[in-house]
Ligand binder design. Sequence first.
Ligand SMILES: [Zn+2]
Length: 180
Amino acid sequence: MDSGANHGRFDAKWRGVVTAPDGRRALNQRKQPKKTVAGQPGFMTMMGRALTKGCPVCAKRQQFSRWMTMDEDCERCGLHFERIEGHWIGAIGMNTIVSFGILALFMIGGWVLTFPDFPLSVLIVSVVVSILVPVVFYPFSKTTWTAIDIAMRPLEAHEVNWAALDSSKNPPSESTSNDV
Ligand SMILES: [Zn+2]
């Protein structure tokens, strides 16, 4: 009997947790339509800038003090590149996928071209590729991931100093994005 009463109390407590006001608010926030900043560049524009190691938002180059060291903020538009904690995990993931993809191409290509032998040179080239590609692609992984992240999770008005950009092209108003 005691256990039944305890069970009832547990249920009541559990229901309280499930229907907590905070929980409802969190669910409602997720359902709200996404708002984007009207001046946010389109995805292809941002990717083009990112592939030249530029800021996806304002195209400013030289965001790296060294090959591997990216500035924290864009000098021109003020975008903080690490938009949220854990932002760079996506860049590491991209770098891993690209590096393994290129390594696989080299290994499969080498295997096909030299079949049925598999000379040591193919192995050496593969090792060199597996070391060089992640380093070479590293800065691009950061800029391209930032572009992809902005496309998926649009800029909020406060993230960029729109006044520093062309105000006619980049009004700080919010509207539904029609960028392609
Ligand atoms: Zn910028």
